[in-house]
Ligand binder design. Structure first.
Ligand SMILES: N[C@@H](CCC(=O)N[C@@H](CS)C(=O)NCC(=O)O)C(=O)O
Length: 219
């Protein structure tokens, strides 16, 4: 049985989890926090989550894991058949991850963990996010899925990354960086009505509450 390593608050973990759920591939969840301990580094060389346990071996990097799942479990595909359309899905995932999520991630310490971002960071992130949002608006189709008529891996990525980009920018700047992209909210609502996305989000909420309670107990 496949083992998905990580924790249900992580957006990259949830990207893979929702892909597994949508594809109907059985898996077990192996709870692991990010760590630089050797036990974790053997599973995930950067100490990041998620990783996937496959018959005693491990794969890291969410996109690599998703590509493996597509190759190994082609039933219920999350890529279109046409090569250019497949590239469009990858293009959207790359833009969302490199130019939205990774940029907004620099705000997470202030937005979610009681830290502070420097004025320099805030100014740079605001500029970079604006470019990422522009690129995303240009590429996203919302017809009704983000890359076209069928559900794809781009939706698995969008469903976990876009809410974080919105939340972090709203908390730090008082303005949702995606607010001009009017299709995002109804699109996310539509995604979250799917059983796989609903389960992933219900588990995420429960895990977030459990983490907050554990932190409060420690303090
Ligand atoms: N490119 C990686 C990103 C994964 C990632 O950044 N995961 C976060 C949790 S959401 C993490 O492990 N952070 C700990 C760290 O960066 O050391 C992927 O797609 O799997």
């Amino acid at each position: 049985m496949l083992k998905l390593g990580g924790f249900a608050v992580s957006n990259y973990y949830n990207k893979v989890k929702v892909a597994l759920l949508e594809k109907g591939v059985p898996f077990e969840e192996e709870f692991r926090m990010t760590s630089q301990e050797s036990e974790m580094l053997q599973r995930s060389p950067m100490g990041k989550v998620p990783y996937l346990g496959v018959g005693g071996q491990h794969l890291c990097e969410s996109q690599v894991i998703c590509e493996y799942l597509e190759d190994q479990y082609p039933q219920t595909p999350l890529y279109p058949k046409d090569a250019l359309e497949r590239a469009r899905v990858r293009e959207l995932i790359t833009v969302m991850e490199l130019h939205l999520e990774l940029v907004a991630r620099r705000l997470y310490p202030q937005a979610f963990f009681g830290g502070t971002a420097s004025d320099e960071t805030k100014t740079q992130v605001e500029k970079d996010l604006a470019k990422g949002v522009r690129a995303f608006k240009q590429l996203a189709r919302f017809s009704p899925f983000v890359a076209g008529a069928s559900l794809s891996l781009a939706d698995c990525a969008a469903g976990v990354h876009l809410p974080l980009v919105s939340m972090a920018s709203k908390i730090v700047y008082g303005r949702d960086a995606l607010e001009d992209c009017l299709q995002v909210k109804p699109y996310l609502k539509m995604l979250n009505e799917r059983p796989a996305f609903k389960k992933m989000n219900d588990d995420r909420k429960a895990a977030t509450e459990a983490m907050a309670a554990a932190r409060a107990k420690k303090a």
